[in-house]
Design a protein around this ligand. Structure first.
Ligand SMILES: [Zn+2]
Length: 675
């Protein structure tokens, strides 16, 4: 037992794990898993929680624990050896996972437990796990007659191919487009770094002048800042017609859209659903497509007057700039000018008030106060000198969870910020296994003897990821598969994370997290007020835009007939008639590059962005009612939402916490959309 990845008696041995440990550990765990499955599948015993489901849970945990360390190190201390071992073993695990999920002998045993006389004697959590297993086997096609199974498999393989092709077409079109501006005088208004980047891009291709592309860092500054209206129009036109018949035929996604929709409908109907929207919602918090479209319609009705007000303000300001016929390629430009005039402050100015130690202390203080816990530094083997380890204890000073914190960007670390599970809480024969989380960010490291300074956005990111972490760490669930964030519906996962963000907009909380790096002064109230006003700038317009995308997605996968006469483009025009305030030109081909829903797994799920915002704002409104740092509200949130994880439906948890179903009011109020 010298392979550190197989060590389960304590915290991971990050100081010992090497790339050469990965394949032997994963091979032996997969072999063990396959042997276990064979033994369970061929056993003649009547299947029970103990002799069947629990054994699979035990093995999932062992495998999950080893792989979590590999995945984490691959993300934060990457090397060619690590990457190779990671990819090789990821492929093996994908195979193993799909074999298990297709094994009908296992499915039969889960069903036998579900319909057996002892099912009622299982704990509600164990019942949920069995129910999820049976549901997932069904959605994987396990109930289909033999002759339909092959077709079902072919459809899902075809769908993943078409999705990949959809994405490739956008990427190829995006990569192909290059536009040269010869004279720097035609780039007035653009920030210096955008001009420099364009000069470098031209030079790299052996050209003179300034080269722009449709990649966001090149495209967006032009739309936002370039005074040259013709340049904005040229780039907008290329961007808005990507992967369409108005671009090159080989990249046209129009036929793919239709094929993907037809196959998704076929898949849904084989499984007994009326349409794909119903299939998508089978595993989500929202119950029916109607519930989602009603939600979006109601939100649209309430947001639209504010969107129209935003639009009137924008049109008036455009006239001041000499633009009397505002076009789609003027919107970002005029908005930016208006924003600058209304709320002039810089991120750099704000950043001086948020040194790392103040921010962390402030975050921990919020968590300690409302959830009745303590956060303290602790010791553990680490993968890098920048990382740190913390313990969370209860009011009696007994440890209940741990987390690793790795804050700074560096070479060989994946970008972005995220929370991941290291160890998941569960009850074992010898006691409770305590949960451990990884919290990873990519903030600027300290330089020149000064502490690390965070922008307000970074502070928000920190609170957001910590919210995911709390969901994982404050769980009280005893069984692996629905403990912490496991088994939580996809459209409810962002509730705790977005909930935590609210504290970053609370003056009484935020001001104690600030101390100017040079003077030690608190953030001035006046600056904070500007930050809040800027947050809500054009909130109405942004809300109806998100609703437009969400409604289009939901109707496209619900009521839309992919074999009918109406096209996806007709449908989005119809949705715009109802909700949009900014009308793009007729030649805009947005659906052709909407990869979230055609390639990214968000089909009939795009609404979840707004859905989760409503949940988190409404959850937070209890703290507004009872007191920002209310211990009572905190303990309700902890006990009814965080503690329960995936062990019961998210709607039940929400209602238990809030005393009623979610309401839109708080979100609208937080976005300044109330009279
Ligand atoms: Zn998140």
């Amino acid at each position: 037992m010298s392979n550190p990845l197989l060590y389960v008696a304590g915290l991971p041995k990050f100081d010992e794990v090497k790339p050469e440990h990965i394949s032997p550990a994963i091979d032996s765990l997969i072999a063990e898993g396959r042997a276990l499955v064979e033994q369970l599948a061929t056993s003649t015993e009547v299947p029970t929680w103990e002799n069947f489901a629990l054994k699979l849970e035990d093995h999932s945990e062992k495998l999950g624990r080893a792989w979590s360390q590999v995945g984490h190190m691959n993300a934060v201390v990457n090397s060619p050896e690590l990457r190779e071992a990671y990819n090789e073993n990821l492929a093996k695990l994908t195979d193993y996972g799909s074999d298990i999920s297709q094994d009908e002998r296992l499915y039969a045993k889960f069903k036998a437990i579900q319909s057996g006389g002892d099912f009622a004697k299982l704990t509600p959590t164990q019942q949920t796990i069995i129910n999820h297993e049976v549901r997932d086997f069904k959605l994987g096609g396990a109930e289909l007659p033999a002759n339909e199974k092959a077709r079902f498999k072919a459809v899902s393989e075809e769908l993943s191919k078409l999705g990949a092709k959809f994405e490739e077409n956008i990427l190829d079109n995006t990569n192909d487009f290059k536009y040269i501006v010869e004279n720097v005088a035609d780039l007035a208004g653009l920030p210096e770094d955008a001009i420099e980047a364009a000069a470098e891009s031209a030079k790299a291709d052996g050209k003179e002048g300034y080269q722009f592309s449709l990649h966001f860092p090149s495209y967006m500054p032009v739309l936002q800042y370039a005074d040259n209206r013709a340049l904005r129009e040229t780039l907008y036109r290329a961007y808005a017609t990507r992967a369409s018949e108005l671009s090159k035929p080989e990249w046209d996604n129009t036929a793919l859209i239709s094929d993907i929709l037809k196959l998704k409908q076929e898949e849904a109907r084989m499984l007994g659903f009326k349409n794909y929207a119903e299939l998508s919602l089978a595993t989500k918090m929202a119950d029916t497509p109607k519930q989602v479209t009603d939600f979006l319609d109601t939100l649209a009705k309430r947001a639209k007057p504010y969107a129209e007000k935003d639009m009137r303000e924008l049109l008036a300001y455009a006239k001041k700039l000499g633009i009397n016929d505002l076009q789609a390629w003027d919107v970002a430009y005029v908005s930016e000018k208006l924003r600058e005039e209304k709320y002039a402050f810089s991120d750099q100015e704000v950043k001086q008030y948020f040194p790392e130690s103040k921010v962390l202390a402030g975050l921990f203080k919020v968590v300690e106060t409302i959830f009745g816990v303590q956060v303290r530094k602790a010791e553990a083997p680490l993968w890098h000198a920048d990382a740190a380890f913390y313990a969370i204890s209860d009011a009696q000073n007994k440890p209940i969870a741990y987390f690793y914190l790795d804050l700074y960007a560096r070479n060989n670390k994946r970008g972005g910020a995220w929370m991941d599970e290291c160890i998941t809480r569960r009850k074992k024969a010898n006691g409770i296994e305590l949960p451990v989380a990884y919290l990873t960010c990519n903030f600027s490291a300290p330089v020149g003897g000064k502490p690390a300074l965070f922008t307000h956005d970074e502070v928000i990111t920190m609170f957001h990821e910590f919210g995911h972490g709390l969901h994982h760490m404050l769980t009280q669930v005893d069984d692996y598969s629905v403990s912490g964030i496991k088994g939580v519906e996809w459209d409810a996962v962002e509730l705790p994370s977005q909930f935590m963000e609210n504290f970053c907009w609370e003056w009484e909380v935020l001001r104690h997290m600030t101390a100017h790096v040079e003077t030690g002064a608190q953030l001035p109230r006046e600056l904070f007020d500007k930050m809040v006003a800027a947050k809500n700038f054009q909130a109405g317009m942004q809300t109806v835009r998100q609703i437009e995308f969400s409604l289009f997605d939901m109707r496209l996968h619900g009521e839309f007939d992919p074999n009918g006469k109406q096209t996806a483009l007709d449908l989005i025009e119809q949705v715009r008639d109802e909700v949009a305030v900014v009308r793009p030109p007729k030649w805009n081909r947005f659906p052709n590059s909407f990869s979230h829903i055609f390639a990214g797994g968000y089909a009939a799920g795009y609404y979840s962005y707004k859905w989760a915002e409503v949940l988190s704002a409404d959850a937070y409104s209890l703290f507004e009612e009872m007191g920002t740092l209310s211990v009572e509200a905190g303990s309700r949130f902890k006990n009814e939402v965080l503690a329960k994880g995936g062990s019961r439906p998210a709607m039940e948890s929400f209602v238990a916490f809030r005393g009623r179903e979610p309401s839109l009011d708080a979100l609208l109020r937080h976005n300044g959309m109330t009279t």
